[in-house]
Write a protein that binds this ligand. Structure first.
Ligand code: NAD
Ligand code: GLY
Length: 381
């Protein structure tokens, strides 16, 4: 690992974890990252002053539950909490109003009250859904994120919570910050390889929008990251979370700066939609989208020489960089129009100005986007 700088990593000695803070005044919250933290969730809850007089509900999914639910439940019970659990089917289709209602039913049956806490144990699907339940149950209860995927270093930080509508992703949601993010890096050992790579797309994104040195670090350490090396992942997650925390601290509600986190998402979300949300993983779709955005940047003249480097970085991480040739170009462009980033007749593109820096553009001609989409399809062969 070329640029590991442990001296810049802040520690929480009580939990034996790295620590970052999302600075939001009275709603500021910690991100704790460490191996084996799930066993210490009871201690973490005590640090957060979570009372044991009201029941807790853990929402998790059918892949995570058999691996990690018991550890979390036992650690919390040992610390004196009354714990209930609700397991949703794994996969994006659980981010639905139907599954949301089942979670609310589970919360009511468990007797959750206004002082209760909802815990999201899982990847971005569980985090987004459970966060939306926490935001709305009794008009808002306490919420803790316990991410178990690499991708969730992005989704667990920043308070965007949502479920999908059949016509549009993340369209029913809220800004609702967790009170802490407790990231046990040991849980990443059981992630399927494809999910590892997909999560690394968001990690590299954080370098591409903010920190060129970190972007090159991701490329240089791609082999360890892809192999799931825990030390490499811990460092990468810390750096990725640091970028996310900084951006969210400066612009919580996406009035301006936070939009840079959408690098690659204008094309990426459209590709996910055209694939019916079950062909390309989110990380894969945005990796392709980031290559597309770099090419758009070059064509607009905002940047030179970024597209080939961006493509090489994603290839090093084993991610796709071309659009499946059977995807219909008109369908991709139409899907962009349904996205939240489409307003006042125009769609928003985040485009690089160099590796580590981006600009937000609302003046990208649709014919240029069409051109780049066609080019990325041709390259898929
Ligand atoms: P996911 O939650 O579906 O997890 C991916 C797969 O890995 C699932 O099958 C899951 O069951 C399994 N899994 C999770 N942890 C595991 C573990 N430790 N071991 C074995 N299997 C495990 O998907 P994701 O990639 O984590 O998140 C994608 C979602 O996040 C999308 O819905 C996306 O829209 C959302 N997202 C939200 C934000 C935000 O800011 N809120 C940001 C980025 C992405
Ligand atoms: N993933 C985009 C955001 O959190 O704003």
């Amino acid at each position: 690992m070329s640029v590991l700088k442990h001296d810049e990593i802040k520690r929480n000695e009580q939990l034996g974890a790295s620590e970052l803070t999302v600075q939001l005044g009275e709603r500021s919250y910690p991100i704790w990252i460490g191996s084996g933290l799930l066993n210490r969730i009871g201690e973490a809850f005590a640090l957060l002053n979570i009372s044991n007089s009201s029941p807790l509900l853990i929402i998790t999914d059918s892949h995570v539950a058999p691996r990690y639910l018991n550890t979390a439940v036992e650690a919390l019970r040992e610390a004196g909490y009354r714990v209930f659990e609700h397991v949703i089917p794994a996969g994006e289709s659980s981010k639905s109003l139907g599954v949301f209602e089942e979670c609310v039913t589970a919360a009511l049956q468990a007797g959750l009250d206004r002082k209760s806490t909802i815990i999201a144990l899982g990847g971005g699907v569980v985090g987004d859904l459970a966060g939306f339940v926490a935001a709305t149950y009794m008009r808002g209860v306490r919420f803790i994120q316990v991410p178990t995927t690499i991708l969730a270093h992005d989704s667990s930080v920043g308070g965007k919570v949502a479920v999908n509508h059949p016509l549009a992703k993340n369209i029913i949601g809220a800004f609702y910050q967790p009170e802490a993010v407790l990231y046990d890096t040991a849980t990443l050992a059981t992630l399927p390889d494809r999910e590892v790579r997909a999560g690394l797309a968001e990690m590299l994104k954080h370098g591409l929008i903010w920190d060129a040195e970190f972007a090159y670090w991701c490329k240089d350490n791609a082999a360890q990251l892809v192999a799931g090396n825990e030390a490499a992942l811990s460092y990468g997650l810390y750096k990725g979370c640091a970028v996310k925390a900084e951006v969210v601290s400066r612009d919580e509600r996406e009035n301006d700066l936070r939009a840079i986190l959408n690098l690659g998402h204008t094309i990426g979300h459209a590709l996910e939609a055209v694939g019916g949300y079950n062909e390309l993983l989110h990380g894969e779709a945005i990796a392709i989208g980031m290559v597309g955005s770099a090419r758009i940047g070059e064509r607009l003249g905002t940047a030179t020489d970024v597209a080939a480097t961006t493509k090489a970085m994603f290839e090093a991480l084993g991610l796709p960089t071309t659009i499946p040739s059977h995807y219909d170009t008109d369908a991709i462009l139409a899907a962009m129009m349904h996205d939240k980033k489409f307003s006042e007749g125009r769609t928003m593109f985040v485009v690089p100005t160099s590796i580590g820096q981006v600009d937000i553009r609302k003046d990208v001609p649709i014919e240029l986007v069409r051109d780049i989409v066609e080019q990325l399809k041709r390259e898929a062969g």
